[in-house]
Design a protein around this ligand. Structure first.
Ligand code: OGA
Ligand code: NI
Length: 342
């Protein structure tokens, strides 16, 4: 059954491309017309300082409401640490298949190593292998899925988690401020020790048919916030803006940050969870590392008080454990957020 094989194995064995990876309605993913629009770039040093300028907050608010994503520079993490993070990820994917399969996910669980979960017969599969791990709350980690090799993998991931948890909370506060809300109104809903953080190490092997196969099909994330460390050399991520796909150019050591559906819900739709996809490349493999941050699993979240007005009534229901239902919709190509609109 396709889907139980990793994409890397398909590629290595030079097997014929299975039908269920092909987007038959594709008009050629490679041809996405070059766009003059640019993903906003935000200087986190300025934004997260104790006294951000009105200008910086305004730029941030505009980036969030018109794009829902931005490239974050001057974020305070050192280049050498990020290089190390990328290095352990690369070393893991470079292990022999046998070794990686020690961490294989079980058939219907998301945590562990493997390719796309197949939930329906007509699902079009994504050209990617991943290692998916819950990293927070700490006491819910399943260490049996955490690679022992490379040797420093666990330590680096633990440190990375701490840093991104702080960044998530700082961003949530800045978001609240930029919308003239109380500083802690988002952090209250999705910060703190119970914050659910999943990390996904993505490997996109070279693909023989980048014209009709996608690394990731169009989707919006189920998180509140996603902090992505993209590949250092190979592009591939694109965001849907207005009427076209806009590529994310490489800025060395920058993060690509996008809000997810749960932030759209909390902001009562003022911030939109953007649709994005990953295209493939016939020559080079690509790696990325996504961190999905979401409210604790016992938290009910909904639009915050200050953003519900007579002119702008509540647009979303209250939700709990949003991510659970997310995957069912996602694999059918539907938008899970449509299910919680009022
Ligand atoms: C994701 C995602 C983008 C990338 O994992 O949800 O959108 O560049 N990843 O890998
Ligand atoms: Ni995504």
């Amino acid at each position: 059954m396709a889907g139980s094989q990793t994409v890397e194995e398909l590629f290595m064995n030079n097997e014929e491309l299975p039908e269920n990876y092909i987007h038959k309605d594709s008009k050629g993913f490679m041809d996405a017309s070059p766009s003059s629009m640019e993903i906003p770039v935000i200087d986190l040093g300025l934004l997260i300082s104790s006294s951000p300028t009105v200008e910086e907050l305004e730029k941030f608010r505009a980036a969030l409401s018109s794009w829902g994503c931005f490239q974050a520079i001057n974020h305070g993490m050192t280049d050498s640490f990020l290089d190390e993070v990328q290095e352990v990820s690369k070393q893991f994917f470079a292990l022999p298949m046998e070794e990686k399969k020690k961490y294989s996910r079980t058939e219907n669980a998301i945590e562990g190593y493997g390719s796309d979960m197949v939930l329906s017969e007509d699902q079009i599969l994504d050209w990617t292998d991943r290692l998916y791990l819950l990293v927070n709350p700490q006491d819910q980690r399943k260490l049996e899925f955490w690679p022992k090799n490379p040797e420093n993998f666990r330590e680096i991931l633990a440190e990375y988690t701490i840093k991104l948890k702080q960044m998530n909370e700082a961003l949530l506060r800045a978001m609240a401020r930029s919308l003239n809300l109380k500083d802690d109104c988002f952090v209250n809903q999705c910060g703190g020790e119970q914050t659910v953080m999943f990390t996904r190490f993505n490997l996109y092997p070279p693909c023989p048919r980048p014209d009709c196969v996608l690394g990731l099909k169009p989707h919006a994330d189920g998180s509140a916030m996603t902090i992505l460390l993209p590949d250092r050399e190979v592009e591939g991520l694109q965001f849907w803006k207005d009427v076209q796909w806009v590529r994310v150019p490489i800025i060395p050591h920058a993060f690509l940050i996008n809000v997810g559906d749960q932030m759209e819900i909390m902001s009562n739709g003022l911030i939109k969870s953007p649709v994005h996809r990953v295209i493939t490349n016939s020559e080079r493999e690509r790696m990325s590392l996504a961190m999905f941050c979401a409210p604790g699993s016992d938290k009910e979240i909904g639009p915050v008080e200050g953003l519900i007005t007579e002119a702008r009534p509540r647009l979303y229901k209250t939700v709990k454990n949003y991510v659970d239902s997310y995957f069912q919709y996602f694999q059918k190509g539907l938008r899970p957020i449509d299910a919680v609109k009022i």
